[in-house]
Every structure is written in structure tokens, then in C-alpha cells.
Write a protein that binds this ligand. Structure first.
Ligand code: AMP
Length: 304
């Protein structure tokens, strides 16, 4: 299914003076080959599903500051959505994305069609191991296979020197880091911090689906994480107590249905029994029909 009509794409293209838009795998490959042969590089990739907010833009700016060529991919990857999930209604705003990417200094936008990424007969998948099993992998069993497969394809197509991901999706970062090592991709994985709304809610393309009341109650995910951060900063080390208080705080919001609260080692994502800092606390919840995730680093040295 095309993500946008050709006329939309042409209009968006002419609105952007600096970001070059390429749709086909052959075209982006040839363009990057030509640029590299002129001595351009390093190349930084920011993989996205579009519908940009400040979280995406912060990664583009970090890439802009570190690399000569910044490529953003915009692709709502069908194979990372479960059958009952929101692929069909996932927010898409291609014209606005192209304009925002140009403002962030992006050089090239790669926006393939699903039929180009997964033509008839496509069957090979990248299946992550234990990093994909718990947390979001529990309720979304094929999600990280879809993510690892599309990122591996993007790495092969674009051959970036660096790739930028958000800490907002902490388990995705762990899966991609592992895959990069295991499959010998020569890509430097760089991670940007969670970008939040002024009231603390982690920015997400899915936040637009929240009703006003859901939007208000959703902020409890941030508050519960931040209270845990404060308690750890004050010296609390018991993981079960921290999790219990987070669950209780979240449960006081009747529109928020908690899926998990975990406190883990930030690199391995293995649960920890007590807090010998730093650790990462991660939450997932359904707010109305919208599944939200968030996480925060907890450290006893952090008195902020
Ligand atoms: P998405 O379009 O949701 O697949 O996200 C593309 C990239 O942006 C991923 O690496 C996400 O982790 C990152 N991202 C999404 N939301 C945020 C946020 N609030 N803060 C930082 N990074 C984010």
C-alpha cells in the first residue's frame, strides 16, 4: 500500500528546498554512491515511521551535528505491527514531515513503498533473541522481528556509518545494538534521550489518538517514573517497593491499564533485584486504546 499519493509527494518535494526525496531502493543507493564517490561522508541514518515530533527532530539534529550526510527514512513498517494493531490508522503526515526534516538540516529522505521493501516472495526475517522476549515482546510477539528486519534492510540499503535511535524505545535500542554486533554491521549506534511534552508525557506519534481525559491521565506514567527516580536519589534500593508504589500511583488513574513496570540493568535489560545504580525503570500501559511506553534512568547520584 503506498504511504502517500504521487501528487502529495511531488508537492511536498517542491516545498522542501534542501531535503532530497527518494522513493526507490535503487535511486537512494545510486545517489549515496555518487555522493560517496565525491568524497562525501560519513553518512548518518535516522530510521523513522514519520509523523514527526520533537523526539524525531532531536535525533535528526544530533545526526546533523555529527555527520556530513544525514538520511532520514520514513516508512511505516507493516511487519512490526500485529494483526490487531494500528498499522492502518497509524498517523501519517508526509508533507509536514518533509518540511520539518528540511528544517532540521536533513540531506536525503528515503521513503519507500511497502511493496518495494517487501515485494511478493519476501520471506527472510531477522529474529532477535532474549533481548526481544520480555517487556514489549510479551504483548507484541513478532514486533521486534519486524523492527530488526527493517533496520537490517535499511542498513544494507543505505550503508550508514552511524544510526540514531531514541532511548524512548529502550528495548528497541537493546535489540538493535545486539543485532548490529551479531550480524557484523559496521554501524555506530547512537542513542538520544527521551524527549517529553512540558507536562512530562513522552512524545509519541500515537499521543494524537488520546482524548483530552486520556491525555491528562497518561501523564501518570511520567510522574510514577519521576517519583521512583526521586526515591532512588534519596537512597531507596528495594525494587519490589519501588515497583509496588509505581503500580499503585498508576492504578489511581482509571483510564490507564498498566501492562508492566520493570526495573532493569540499562544495557542487558535483565531485571535487577535491588538498585545498585544506575538502573532503568520502564513502563507500558494502554490508555484507552492507545499503547504507550516510557522509561527513565534511576541513579542514586541524581539529586535533580
Ligand atoms: P518512530 O517513528 O516512532 O519509529 O520513532 C523513530 C525514532 O524516534 C525511534 O528511534 C524512536 O525511539 C525515536 N523517538 C520516538 N519518540 C521519541 C521521544 N519522545 N524521544 C526520543 N526519541 C524518540
Amino acid at each position: 500500500m503506498p504511504l502517500f499519493s504521487t501528487s502529495d509527494a511531488r508537492e511536498a518535494e517542491s516545498a522542501s528546498s534542501t531535503a532530497e526525496l527518494l522513493h526507490s531502493i535503487n535511486d537512494i543507493r545510486s545517489r549515496l554512491d555518487a555522493l560517496r564517490s565525491q568524497g562525501r561522508g560519513p553518512v548518518a541514518l535516522v530510521p523513522t515511521m514519520g509523523s514527526f515530533h520533537e523526539g524525531h527532530l532531536s535525533l535528526m539534529r544530533a545526526a546533523r551535528a555529527a555527520a556530513d550526510l544525514v538520511v532520514v527514512s520514513i516508512f511505516v513498517n507493516p511487519i512490526q505491527f500485529g494483526p490487531a494493531e494500528d498499522y492502518d490508522v497509524y498517523p501519517r503526515d508526509f508533507e509536514s514531515d518533509v518540511a520539518q526534516a528540511a528544517t532540521a538540516g536533513v540531506d536525503l529522505i528515503f521513503a519507500p513503498a511497502a511493496t518495494d521493501m517487501y515485494p511478493a516472495g519476501h520471506e527472510t526475517m531477522v529474529k532477535p533473541g532474549a533481548t526481544a522476549d520480555g517487556l514489549c515482546g510479551q504483548s507484541r510477539p513478532d514486533h521486534f522481528t519486524g523492527v530488526a528486519t527493517v533496520v537490517a534492510k535499511l542498513f544494507n540499503i543505505l550503508q550508514p556509518d552511524q544510526a540514531y535511535f531514541g532511548q524512548k524505545d529502550a528495548q528497541q535500542v537493546a535489540v538493535i545494538r545486539r543485532m548490529t554486533i551479531d550480524l557484523d554491521f559496521a554501524v555506530d549506534i547512537r542513542v538520544g534521550p527521551v524527549i517529553r511534552e512540558p507536562d512530562g508525557l513522552a512524545m509519541s506519534s500515537r499521543n494524537t489518538f488520546l482524548s483530552a481525559e486520556e491525555r491528562e491521565q497518561a501523564t501518570v506514567l511520567y510522574r510514577a517514573l519521576d517519583h521512583a527516580r526521586e526515591r532512588v536519589a534519596a537512597g531507596e534500593t528495594g525494587v519490589s517497593g519501588l515497583r509496588r508504589r509505581m503500580r499503585k500511583e498508576i492504578a489511581a488513574n482509571y483510564l490507564v491499564e498498566l501492562e508492566y513496570v520493570r526495573i532493569m540493568d540499562p544495557l542487558s535489560m535483565e531485571p535487577v533485584a535491588s538498585v545498585s545504580t544506575p538502573v532503568v525503570a520502564a513502563v507500558a500501559a494502554k490508555v484507552g486504546n492507545v499503547r504507550l511506553i516510557d522509561n527513565m534512568l534511576l541513579s542514586s547520584g541524581d539529586k535533580a
